[in-house]
Design a protein around this ligand. Sequence first.
Ligand code: AOF
Ligand code: ZN
Length: 363
Amino acid sequence: MSFSDISFMKRALALAENALPNCPPNPAVGCVIVKDRKVIGEGFTQKTGEAHAEIMALRDAQSRGESVEGATVYVSLEPCSHYGRTPPCALALINAKVGRVVAALKDPNPAVAGRGLKMLEEKGVQVESGICAEEAEEMNIGFLKRMRTGLPFVRSKIAMSLDGDIALSNGQSKWITGKLAREDGQMWRARAGAILTGSSTVAVDNPQLNVRLPDVQRQPLRVIVDSHLTLNPELRIFETGPVLLVCSRYDIVRAQVFEDMGVEVLELPGADGKVDLQALIKELARREINEIHVEAGPKLNGALTELGLIDEYLIYMAPKLLGEGMRAFRLPSFHNMEAVPQLEFKSMQKVGEDVRFQLRPLK
Ligand code: AOF
Ligand code: ZN
């Protein structure tokens, strides 16, 4: 591994970022082809069913009139070896006669799992992996978790005041954080396969919970936990894009109204008349959702936390005190410090006038 290997891989990772909003459920991958220390082709994963990063980079080199024979290919995930929705990238690289392939990570998809690199090696291509692995893990944290464990990565985004409130006591919550923090939140929303919320948030805030960014061709599935199907079908969330309404008891009359509007209604009964959240997370994995982005109130955030279902808290904290307002989490009283959920800071960053914390449960 050399210094230039790292810098070309960083470029591949930066390219992969462009893929994040459009490629799910495929992982976001970037690829850079280098010859004589010069970049001759670049690419990133297109939307599912279309070209992978390596194919885009090979096409880019071709359109620049460059020969890739003997070149080094930097790719942020192992090239695929299988016929999925597209043919194997490893084969395309072999046919293009590249000399060396450097991958950041092995692809844990059981259809690939090391076979991409093996195929290349068997044809005399020099291979290496593990360069910038940590950054590459973060880039596709949801895809990698789902491939390794069968479950998606759950990230809960919460905008709160310095005293931990998400709304005033009268329910008003517009706007606690500033414009830049809200734009940053849109980026995280855009990379998710699903946005998960509860009926109270939808009823009180009347949000759209969609992605409003330029060049985004895909909308995440909006999933609403509404145990008794009490929501008003005229709320804004039902006007745009796909919605999955999850209840604990299927009421045919109420459900019909939503189904006639094209909204899917799913019954997942849990304990105490509530929705089985664990079953819901599994169901979303079955639907190839890699990342679930939670934007919800205290009840759902409290319940998910108690069940240990949140992998990351994305907290935007505003320099404001809201006083006796609505707390971010409804959790029981704890009687000793050993019992409280413990998190660790993954990152801290100022975003406009607010601060963003990324926290993960302490393992
Ligand atoms: C790559 N390069 O840019 C990506 C890869 O159905 P397909 O053909 O689109 O294949 C999807 C699988 O390919 C996906 O689950 C993952 O294992 C791999 N993704 N592989 O060589 C890429 N995005
Ligand atoms: Zn591929």
